[in-house]
Design a protein around this ligand. Sequence first.
Ligand SMILES: Cc1cc2nc3c(=O)[nH]c(=O)nc-3n(C[C@H](O)[C@H](O)[C@H](O)COP(=O)(O)OP(=O)(O)OC[C@H]3O[C@@H](n4cnc5c(N)ncnc54)[C@H](O)[C@@H]3O)c2cc1C
Length: 486
Amino acid sequence: MTSPSVKSVKSVDISLAIVGGGIAGLAAAYEAFRIADLNTKGGSEAGGQIVLFEAAPRLGGKITTVRRDGFVIEGGPDTFLAVSKPWAVELCRELGMEDRLRGTNPRLRATYVLYRGRLEPLPDGLTMMIPTRFGPMARTRLLTWPQKARMALDFFIPPRRDDGDESLGAFVTRRLGRAAYENLIEPLMSGIYAGDGDRLSLLATFPYLRDLERKYGGLIKGALAMRRKMGKRAPGSRSAFLTPETGLAEMVEALEAHLRRAGVRLLTSTPVSAVEPLPAGGFRLRTAAGEFTAARLVLATPAYATADLVEAFAPDAAAALRGIPYTATATVSLAYREADLARPLDGYGYVIPRREGREALACTWTSTKFPHRAPKGYALLRVFVGRAGQENAIPWTRASLIEVARRELAQTLGVTAEPLFAEVFIWPRAMPQYNLGHLERVAQAEGALAAFPGLALAGNAYRGIGIPDCIRSGREAVRRIMNGEL
Ligand SMILES: Cc1cc2nc3c(=O)[nH]c(=O)nc-3n(C[C@H](O)[C@H](O)[C@H](O)COP(=O)(O)OP(=O)(O)OC[C@H]3O[C@@H](n4cnc5c(N)ncnc54)[C@H](O)[C@@H]3O)c2cc1C
């Protein structure tokens, strides 16, 4: 179906259109120019044939950094996995900014869990979030002795052998017991998605846990084996998480500078409102900057926005994409003088299990986790608010969110002082939920779009929510359409 106004205007011809200027879309543009430049052995005009359309006035999507009075404040992500998912580090290296990356503070690594209103340290020796050391588990007050004994049954429970999916909650409960899930694993794992672990799909979120179960006969046995393997690989040489010194926006800035030098057109404040596949191949795009005809197209937009763009020609794909729900979340960063805090911030912060019934999900002690992100003598705390299923209980305004965050800090940390300032970021549809059936929904969407050669999907809605996964998805999408696989 074609909108009449799409037909009537003259189009600009380009070879590749990318819709969405978050990290996935930027990585796609980067890869497209890299391949084109290689093919033409440098000095090419290839950059001008690539156009990225971004609806917002700035690039970066969920990555946004405020630098203020010596503080570095992240509105969305604050760090990325560096070792197990190397794609972000690789991109930083290619952009010549690897020396800008900093690890998390190695001296004060404790993370706490809110348990019955008190902060309890997360036991040491978690490998891939699974306990692997007896001493710390024996000492932790997060579980009673019968609950610890139930965890140990993991050594004897036979592994599930079929390929069927199950929820993250069901899986961890089956292996380690419900208390271990609720008090230990749920806040860590579900927190990444601001999700509900009883709905999240194990195979879409943490497929390696099923692999560990199958390969080693149990979760703890598998995690122990992984710990031995990791131990052999020069331990401690690098932090598992990295981030640029003055915030993740450095990555966006480096990509933008690189792409502009290459001649790639980065059109901000330019939403794409319609896409139409052309009978002879290629796509026509209607945008705020006029019409474009592109031989190839990467849609690096959130699933619900992608659904709107493909609805007219691929309704089955649109329906599957609309089946991926999103959770709202907000981050509230509050700055204080250290002297105004009631207790030392001796760790990276704390997570809040769902059963504690708080509006907040977690609190990062940013100035401890990344000491370079606050001036000496000052503290920066970041409270995450909102999780799947609780959105209606949250007042989504700046003033109310600051109140929620301050209430949380007063209750848990005894902080009652006025903050020096607050930075609030509200993300109404932030986190795609990889709920049960997610992999089938993705397969259905991709299957329906396979009828339109040259079109690829990228971004956090499909096979990984973290920055490294998004970068990989953007780069892979381009490689696959350039290779004629899509
Ligand atoms: C609060 C928070 C904390 C997080 N913490 C971490 C973390 O610490 N580490 C980590 O690895 N990940 C983290 N994540 C996840 C990670 O930040 C995101 O998954 C990732 O940045 C998403 O990138 P993306 O390019 O897929 O999507 P987005 O960043 O959402 O970009 C999509 C872009 O598409 C644009 N768009 C939409 N519709 C159109 C249209 N019609 N035309 C043109 N443009 C359009 C949007 O404006 C947007 O800029 C966090 C996320 C949030 C919200």
